[in-house]
Design a protein around this ligand. Sequence first.
Ligand code: BYC
Length: 332
Amino acid sequence: MAQDVQPGGESAQNQAALEAAGQENFDRIIAKDSRIEPRDWMPNAYRRSLVRQISQHAHSEIIGMQPEANWISRAPSLKRKSILMAKVQDEAGHGLYLYSAAETLGTTRDEMTDALVAGKARYSSIFNYPTPTWADMGAIGWMVDGAAICNQVPLCRASYGPYGRAMVRVCKEESFHQRQGFEILLELANGTPEQRVMAQDAVNRWYAPSLMMFGPPDDDSPNSKQSMAWNIKRFSNDELRSRFVGMMAEQVKVLGLSLPDEAIHFNEDTKKWDHGPLDWDEFKEVLAGRGPCNAQRLERRRSAHEDGAWVREAASAYAAKQAATNAQKVAA
Ligand code: BYC
């Protein structure tokens, strides 16, 4: 029987049928709150949004090594030095799991790195602030890693399997990081008057930037709605920020320090923690590349990448040599 199909039309029809079946399967997986795996069909927009978020997250871990690495050589004792080195090394590991998770979506690590060193990729705003004193190591651990935990524990349930699984280990390590930061601040807060002032000063400087880590307010967050519908994000930026404020408000009492925000209170009507206004113009400036340390962070990342070229070349040459030796063994 003659078919009413133009040349090439049949495969286009097959393609459309495959897409429809893929979409149906994807919708079913999301509806039952199960996981999408790399070989599953997924909408292009879902793939793009995941690459956007995961690559930004990976870059944050890698750039995030810099503010703390600044203090490895000046840590006040051998014990503090070894703990800080281990923490910074953990952040490198987080970056690697995340780059690997993003690679399962078809974007290579080289592509992501090229975008970062070209200044075209985002990374967390928080790492564009300076670390002038040792107390900053305490504040970063307690507040920045604390914010990261609040944000990332729900991401362990992200609908994309490789991302959610990477988050499980990351969160375990972040808990250790947060405790080490808290312990640094606790020691300083109970130390000399100068140490106490230094601890309070660091808390004052990191408070607002760590709240802004959670992203813009919900009514100015273009990606949240869709990301939540896809079960990538589980809570909105403001919900997580509020949860974090509540956590800080209690823990700061143990430190015997204070948060630089008199508006913090538990709102009995909403059952959420409220805080004072944040300077969203400053946030936008940092995102536009004009924060206090943006240029320095990017330049350092760029030079580290260039300086590491010989390592990448040596590793590739070694891998090629090994592959040739193995091929010879198989042939023999
Ligand atoms: N900084 O629609 P929105 C660590 C961007 S590292 C920069 O709300 P979304 C650590 C956002 O990308 C862990 N950019 O976006 C490491 C979007 O731009 P695009 C860092 C930000 O995705 C070393 C636009 O603003 N954590 O813990 O729904 C040492 C509109 O935002 C920021 C992560 O990376 C920001 N703060 O929600 C110590 C968490 N906020 O992409 C510690 C993973 C927003 O449309 N990421 N933007 O051009 C996420 O959870 C989400 O992507 C966000 C934003 C909550 C950050």
